[in-house]
Design a protein around this ligand. Structure first.
Ligand code: G6P
Length: 615
């Protein structure tokens, strides 16, 4: 993961890089560093900790002038998070300085070779090996930096997005990409380098996204030259016009990105179906589906690959696709799928779900599925991301940038897109009638308003959070469509409050988790009117007789569960297949408030990162 930023132009580089790193902190935040060229030499400062810690240290340590620089915020892979392992890294001569996002898998053998040639290493990182390899090539081949980077990268196995410059040639930054994202912002005689476009959005709307196995030499006053790393051929890069705006990536008055993103769900869901669904005319139109309708209709099955929260959205979609479109679905952890020699044929449709579009395991699963002939469809949030580009076709969620590490609006918008797809296919297959089709659309259209109403429970959820914030364990139960929501609720709590939580299908409770229940165990039970209500009520009785504390997520006006539960949180009524879009809201709020009350960093929980671009 890690976030990288660079600047070359006529402005002061430091404020741009610092602000950029703050925007990229969602990618990793265990250490950070910046290297600036002040006109004569490189000035470098780095530290364990967050970008704020870096700022405090750097401004005491080095002058901050210069209009060339690179910066890095790290999520450790090789070497523990400490000052020495932080990026940027110098080469032995001190001439070159590099930042890197990714993993150099063959770094040990390269390190041995370089050591034999007299190179020494201060850190435990693979990155320091790479910068010295570049230096070694540059010296031995007596070549320019760009060529040296190219030759070095051809010896490297692994994944990377890098930016490197030479203090003796301070008019250029060399960048390259394989497996980790890298965008180049094109300004007026100035250029920005970043892992995504957020660091430079207020300076330019034009960006080049490097493709895998491409590198670029970015020259002050001269422009960007892109070429293929392997065969040296020149590439005519596509300059994309960015849709992102500054407001979207700032907190907009909320204390945390996570809270802002929870509250953005009504509009995010609306934006996701707007223009794709016309209930009155009985139409759902999505280009990626229409263009590939035959493939979908002839598919033997759908295999969903994803990780984390996106995997939970995939599980919800299993219910939707099977229920509405009668297509068999398998939902796979991308990391397991890619390593278990799965049976895939050209009759399979693979749906890859990913907020970031950069998750390494999901990307690898896609490549595997493609190599075996499957048609791969992407559901991504980040436009132009690696997964969006690697898939044969796709549909974006229109959630807008999600910065909080714990995913919220991405989950509900993924479910929205998957519902649209299932409905469209169901109609094409004739597995639902036109009136059912219309009814589903009308209900989906009402969801944004109902999510708003579900958000009204915020104050009450906060009081519940206060009562249970010191619990050591939580259990989350749900059935049918709401079983994946139980998993997601438990994941949210674990991620940001570090309280152990398990999600379970309500009926499976009897086969193990029931042994954990006593008067200290809070159990969140999703018990909406639509969806096995009576069965779930029986499960609640079982919990009650073992003195567990019951927090029921119920349909507005519910009486039965209210009688039994210690607390009930109401959500509006909807059809069963859409209940996850509502029941998930109080669970997000519950984890948010508990984490906050425990003094945890809600937006940047320990050890996690927003985009996991390593295996
Ligand atoms: C990380 C994030 C999760 C996310 C998962 C999958 O673990 O912290 O929030 O659900 O990756 O990410 P993706 O971008 O592929 O949806």
């Amino acid at each position: 993961m890690c976030g990288i930023v660079g600047y070359i132009g006529h402005r002061e580089a430091y404020p741009i890089i610092l602000k950029g790193l703050k925007r990229l902190e969602y990618r990793g935040y265990d250490s950070a560093g910046i290297a600036l060229f002040d006109g004569t030499d490189i000035k470098l400062s780095k530290t364990k900790g967050k970008v704020d810690d870096l700022q405090a240290k750097l401004e005491k340590e080095i002058p901050t002038n210069g209009n060339l620089g690179i910066g890095h915020t790290r999520w450790a892979t090789h070497g523990v998070p400490n000052d020495v392992n932080s990026h940027p890294h110098y080469s032995n001569s001190g001439n070159l300085v590099i930042i890197h996002n990714g993993i150099i898998e063959n770094y040990e053998s390269l390190k041995k070779e370089l050591s034999k040639r007299g190179y020494t290493f201060k850190s435990d990182t693979d990155t320091e090996v790479l910068v010295n390899l570049i230096e070694d090539v540059k010296k031995n081949e007596n070549t320019k930096l760009g060529k040296a980077v190219q030759i070095a990268l051809n010896q490297v196995v692994g994944a990377y997005a890098i930016a490197v410059f030479d203090k003796n040639k301070p008019n250029e930054i060399v960048v390259a990409r394989l497996g980790s994202p890298l965008a180049i912002g094109i300004g007026d005689d100035e250029f920005f380098i970043a892992s995504d476009a957020s660091p430079f959005i207020e300076y330019t709307k034009n960006a080049i996204y490097l493709e895998d196995e491409e590198m670029a030499v970015v020259r002050r006053n001269k422009g960007v030259k892109v070429r293929k790393i392997k065969d040296d051929s020149l590439v005519d890069p596509y300059v994309q016009e960015l849709q992102l705006n500054l407001e979207q990536i700032e907190k907009g008055g909320y204390d945390h990105f996570m809270l802002k993103e929870i509250y953005e769900q009504p509009s995010a869901i609306l934006d996701t179906f707007r223009g794709r669904m016309l209930p009155n005319e009985g139409i759902i139109k999505m280009a990626g589906i229409e263009d590939n309708m035959k493939t979908f209709l002839n598919a033997n099955r759908i295999i969903v690959v994803a990780c984390g929260t996106s995997w939970h959205a995939g599980l919800v979609s299993e219910y939707i696709f099977e229920d509405l479109a009668r297509i068999p679905v398998e939902v796979e952890y991308a990391s397991e799928f890619r390593y278990r020699n799965p049976v895939i044929t050209d009759k399979d449709v693979v749906i890859a779900i990913s907020q970031s579009g950069e998750t390494a395991d999901t990307l690898a699963a896609i490549k595997l599925a493609k190599s075996r002939g499957a048609f791969v469809f992407g559901v991504c949030n980040v436009v132009g991301s690696s997964i969006a580009r690697e898939t044969h076709a796709g549909a974006y969620t229109h959630a807008g940038p999600e910065i909080g590490v714990a995913s919220t609006k991405a989950f509900t918008t993924q479910i929205t897109v998957l519902t649209l797809i299932a409905l469209r296919l169901a109609r094409a297959k004739g597995t639902i009638s036109s009136s059912e089709f219309r009814h589903h659309m009308i209900e989906l259209e009402l969801i944004p308003e109902k999510v708003k109403r579900a958000l009204d429970s915020d104050a009450y959820v906060k009081t519940v959070a206060d009562i249970y914030k010191n619990a050591k364990n939580f259990l989350y139960l749900g059935r049918g469509y709401n079983f994946p929501v139980a998993l997601e609720g438990a994941l949210k709590l674990k991620e940001i409050s570090y309280i152990h939580a398990e999600g379970y299908p309500a009926a499976e409770m009897k086969h193990g988790p029931i042994a954990l229940i006593d008067e200290n165990m809070p159990i969140v039970v999703i018990a909406t009117k639509k969806g096995h209500y009576e069965k779930v009520v029986s499960n609640i009785q079982e919990i009650k007789s073992r003195k567990g504390k019951i927090i029921g997520i119920v349909t507005e006006g519910d009486e039965q569960v209210r009688e039994l539960a210690d607390h009930v949180i109401e959500v509006p009524e909807t059809i069963e297949s859409l209940t996850p879009l509502l029941t998930t809201i109080p669970l997000q709020l519950l984890s948010y408030h508990i984490a906050l009350m425990l003094g945890k960093n809600v937006d940047q929980p320990r050890n996690l990162a927003k985009a996991v671009t390593v295996e």
